[in-house]
Design a protein around this ligand. Structure first.
Ligand SMILES: [Zn+2]
Length: 161
């Protein structure tokens, strides 16, 4: 009996240790809030994409049609993410860009949850899920296609001169 208890105790210790390691791997972002706070601040659709890594329905975002000069900012924290001048028509139904405003403004993470290797794009300021980046973008520019959920962003038109 004592032996069994020792084994159980060791297993508990092991699982505690692996939990501790997992939480160490979690990157700390400058804007950090609890799930309760995010839930209160974001709309249900924004929360589902930004915090739960959901994907909006293709062709559902009104940002698909935006072609006036301006900046697409994170819907959760206002971080500048993309510019209209880097937007292109990909035909996918999601706002698509060949590059972010600055590479430092987004974060990349390998993502295998879709059953194939992909690269997740996150907001570098709050860690919100934005979408994915693929290597089938316009060849005459960067070759990248940032496939971004419109609901994760707000559009700020350039001020008229
Ligand atoms: Zn953000």
């Amino acid at each position: 009996m004592k032996r069994i208890l020792t084994v159980i105790f060791s297993l508990l210790l092991l699982s505690c240790n692996s939990n501790a390691q997992d939480s160490k791997k979690q990157k700390q972002y400058p804007v950090s809030k609890t799930e309760t706070e995010w839930k209160a601040e974001l709309s249900a659709a924004e929360y589902q994409v930004l915090r739960k890594k959901g994907t909006e329905r293709a062709f559902s975002s009104k940002l698909n049609a935006v072609d006036q000069p301006g900046t697409f900012v994170c819907a959760a924290c206002g971080n500048e993410l993309y510019k209209t001048k880097h937007k292109f028509e990909s035909g996918t139904g999601w706002p698509s860009f060949d590059r972010p405003v600055k590479e430092a403004n987004v974060d990349y993470r390998p993502d295998r949850t879709g059953g194939f290797p992909a690269t997740e794009v996150l907001c570098a300021q709050c860690g919100g899920h934005l979408g994915h980046v693929f290597n089938d973008g316009p060849q005459h520019t960067t070759g990248k296609r940032h496939c971004i959920n419109g609901v994760a962003m707000n559009f700020v038109p350039e001020a008229k001169q």
